[in-house]
Design a protein around this ligand. Structure first.
Ligand code: NDP
Length: 315
């Protein structure tokens, strides 16, 4: 492996979670016709060859089959064993009812062609049909059904995504199993120090999604705050370590003690993104990165504000 050791996080249920992963969400695009594409399968194979041991998918991404194909092929090739790979998938909003969780996970496992996932996350606290209409299931009820699938061994660990601090507090004080993992948006413009501090106190490991935020001009909305990837200060720091700006951004997130899961289907970027474990930023550099935190969200589903369980600030 070109990179140094990747930190392993000890979960509150005793299991280990690799501190760096590959995202596999292809974005807001039509999924019809996607299923035949091999781009995610290729990316996951390159990732395993490059030393990734943690893959993030979700039933709504429509990439579970490709993720599973890649993992099963690498197992068949004797490159890895099943227990070496940490697979996360997520329960979609349309399966929050107490009798829907087990069939939803079984469906994910069938697509993945795996016997278990390492982490099963409730994708959002919101219960919603595929057509967009909300239905009233409290996430506490959904969580009880997730505890049941963990007891069956189909998910080794369970956690939540897109929960705010108040929701985590309510979940923790009303259930017998604490989430092992919280997955939320974390990047230069959304560093969420209070939420991270709370998770540290509660011994909940945090995964950071959309780690690049708005650094790439072609992905940034016009109102998105700086910096961009060509920012002179960032370019200078990157040069100093003989790295790229995306690499020093990922390194900063690693130094916040969170697990970044950058997505890429480009081979050179798959390899580049994990090659960040052989250098360390200075305090001064970390202070500069910290100064970009403006509490700006890239993932903000305002159309879900009508749900009683909308997790973010109302706009
Ligand atoms: P990312 O911040 O990972 O950005 C992905 C984009 O960055 C792609 O366009 C990719 O291009 C590009 N890119 C990646 N590496 C580089 C590089 N080194 N140089 C230049 N460009 C690069 O965004 P995501 O929103 O995909 O977040 C990552 C993952 O987090 C998702 O894939 C998903 O698994 C998870 N997620 C979870 C959510 C949740 O609700 N729980 C919500 C959103 C994401 P290309 O692929 O063309 O190379």
């Amino acid at each position: 492996s070109p990179s140094g050791p990747i930190q392993t996080f000890k979960l509150n249920d005793g299991r280990d979670m690799p501190g760096f992963g590959l995202g596999t969400w292809l974005g807001f695009i039509s999924t019809s016709g996607n299923s035949k594409s091999q781009e995610v399968e290729n990316a996951v194979k390159w990732a395993i060859d490059a030393g990734y041991r943690h893959i993030d998918t979700a039933s709504i991404y429509d990439t579970e089959d490709q993720v599973g194909n890649a993992i099963n092929k690498k197992i068949a090739e004797d490159v890895v064993k099943r227990e070496d790979i940490f697979v996360t998938t997520k329960l979609w909003n349309d399966a929050h009812g107490r009798y829907s969780v087990l069939p939803a996970l079984k469906n994910s496992l069938k697509k993945l062609n795996l016997d278990y996932v390492d982490m099963y996350l409730m994708h959002w606290p919101i219960a919603q049909y595929l057509n967009g209409t909300f239905y009233d299931v409290d996430y506490l009820e959904t969580w009880e059904a997730m505890i049941a699938v963990q007891k069956k061994g189909l998910a080794k660990s369970i956690g939540v995504s897109n929960f705010n601090k108040a929701m985590l507090e309510r979940l923790i004080s009303n259930s017998s199993v604490k989430p092992a993992n919280l997955q939320v948006e974390l990047n230069l413009n959304l560093q969420q120090p209070e939420l991270l501090e709370y998770c540290k106190e509660q011994n909940i490991v945090v995964t950071g999604y959309t780690p690049f935020g708005s650094i790439f001009p072609n992905k940034a909305r016009s109102e998105a705050p700086p910096p961009r990837v060509d920012d002179p200060k960032l370019v200078d720091i990157a040069k100093k370590y003989n790295k790229t700006v995306p690499q020093i951004v990922l390194r900063y997130l690693v130094e916040l003690n969170i697990i970044p899961i950058p997505k890429t289907i480009t081979k050179s970027r798959v390899e580049q993104n994990i090659d960040i474990f052989d250098f360390k930023l200075t305090q001064e550099e970390r202070d500069l990165f910290k100064s970009y935190d403006t509490n700006y969200r890239t993932i903000e589903p305002k159309m879900w504000q009508e749900s009683p369980y909308y997790p973010f600030e109302m706009k």
